[in-house]
Write a protein that binds this ligand. Structure first.
Ligand SMILES: [Zn+2]
Ligand SMILES: [Zn+2]
Length: 137
């Protein structure tokens, strides 16, 4: 399905297509620093942004960049550079009730003081990287 969303201040809005329902919760240290907690993100088939001039892109690794609103700081996306693949955050969608947790990753990086409930796969960093064939955050 298609879904719309925006940053906190509204300078950046987007429409994403082929939005997946399943959320991947990442506990890695980079996501925690970037979002203030674990990241809840989903794959989309593509996305069109309005207000592109307000988006800053930070290259967080050799293969990925992270985009955020220059005005309000909202964490908007994680993007794999090759192939060009956007992964968006649940929190910036207008209707987050569409989503549910499909897996947790980097569970060995999770601080001990909280848990995400429900029955779903919980992968360590090594397990997650093995599932990808080498690429991670
Ligand atoms: Zn903003
Ligand atoms: Zn992460």
């Amino acid at each position: 399905m298609n879904a719309s969303g925006r940053c906190l201040c509204g300078a950046v809005t987007f429409t994403a297509r082929d939005v997946e329902r399943g959320l991947h919760v990442c506990h890695c240290s980079m996501c925690r620093r970037w979002t203030g907690g674990p990241s809840f993100s989903t794959h989309v088939g593509g996305v069109v942004f309005e207000g592109d001039e307000h988006i800053a892109r930070f290259q967080s690794s050799d293969w990925a960049e992270r985009g955020f609103c220059k005005r309000c700081g909202t964490s908007l996306f994680y993007r794999l550079v090759e192939p060009d693949q956007y992964i968006l955050h649940m929190g910036s969608f207008d209707d987050p009730s569409f989503f549910s947790v499909e897996s947790e990753i980097y569970v060995d990086g999770k601080p001990p003081g909280y848990e995400i409930g429900g029955e779903h796969p919980r992968l360590t960093e090594a397990e997650f990287l093995a599932s990808l064939g080498g690429q991670g955050d």
